[in-house]
Write a protein that binds this ligand. Structure first.
Ligand code: NCD
Length: 308
């Protein structure tokens, strides 16, 4: 089977079949990653550049590891130590890298739409590793993989996405993906961090009371306050955010039921999640990180056109 798209720019462009194909391919790669030799020769003849114009720990290492596990050749580009700092344009930088015979581009950029722009001007396949406040498709795919692994389903699953919805590309990619796969979504957080018409636009619920959202859901995907994207204060203080919207053990125990806790990282401990929850028995946060490698292997493999 093959994907319906040449690039992975966003979940918005994927079909339900594309998503299912990536998730089932990732299951096979997860099995490979349990073996003593965690490497397959699938992309031995493929060269991939990781083009990071914005900070990253997990996503970047996860892509690098996925590429190496597939035996691809990899190049790493960090904007702050490159000629981008000397004024070179994005398109010039990428065309120069591609002239060295690079086949695929994994890209993170602070400008929403940067990978979409590139896809119109270069021949290489592009994977969006996060563009501004738009999308982060591989994060939503690894979130879905982890939810399904833990609960056994996506169809009919009740997922609450809690926190800074307005500035989160993880939220938007998750909303698209969960909608396509038949899950129910509630977004929760302070009114100033939830876009006004999100409910009508996406057919999802909005809840300003975090406890009510937690009582409703099977899975809570908790997000960081993206302070670097807020140029004016949208809530009073981090301490007050923690009191009104933060999740702690006491709150979870008051629900009278078990829910799954997820977070894409980086966690701001003591703000959106207290440590007793982040490291507690309901958290699958490190499973998400583990699954990220298998999911990215699947995306790279399918985009390199290696599916049957
Ligand atoms: C997220 C990102 O960069 O969009 N992190 C990640 O990729 N795991 C979320 C965040 O920065 O809060």
């Amino acid at each position: 089977m093959k994907l319906s798209t040449r690039h992975l720019l966003g979940i918005k462009d994927l079909t339900k079949e594309d998503i299912s194909l990536i998730l089932s391919t990732a299951e096979q790669f997860k099995e490979v990653l349990q073996r003593p030799v965690k490497k397959v020769p699938s992309l031995r003849d493929v060269t991939i550049v990781n083009l990071f114009y914005e900070n990253s720990t997990r996503t970047r290492m996860s892509f690098e590891l996925a590429e190496r596990r597939l035996s691809a050749d990899t190049l790493n580009f960090t904007a702050s130590s490159s000629s981008a700092a000397k004024g070179e344009t994005l398109l010039d930088t990428v065309n120069n890298i591609l002239s060295m015979k690079v086949d695929m581009v994994v890209m993170r950029h602070s400008a929403s739409g940067a990978p979409h722009f590139l896809s119109k001007h270069i021949p290489a396949a592009i994977i969006n590793a996060g563009d501004g406040i738009n999308e982060h498709p591989t994060q939503a795919l690894l979130d879905a993989f982890s939810m399904r692994e833990k609960t056994g389903r996506l169809e009919g699953l009740k997922v609450a996405i809690i926190g800074d919805i307005m500035h989160s590309r993880v939220a938007l990619s998750n909303i698209y993906l969960l909608g396509k796969m038949g899950a129910e979504v509630t977004v929760a957080g302070p009114p100033t961090l939830i876009p006004k018409y999100i409910s009508e636009s996406f057919g999802i619920r909005v809840e300003y009371n975090v406890k009510k959202a937690l009582q409703w859901c099977d899975v809570a995907n908790v997000l960081r306050i993206q302070l670097e994207r807020q140029n004016q204060p949208l809530f009073s203080s981090l301490r007050e955010y923690n009191i009104a919207y933060g999740i702690n053990r006491r709150l979870l125990e008051s629900l009278g039921k078990e829910i799954v806790i997820m977070h894409p990282g980086p966690i701001n401990r003591g703000v959106e999640l207290d440590s007793d929850v982040a490291d507690g028995p309901f958290s699958i946060i490190l499973n998400q990180v583990e699954n990220g490698v298998a999911v990215r292997m699947a995306a790279l493999y399918l985009l390199a056109n290696r599916g049957n």
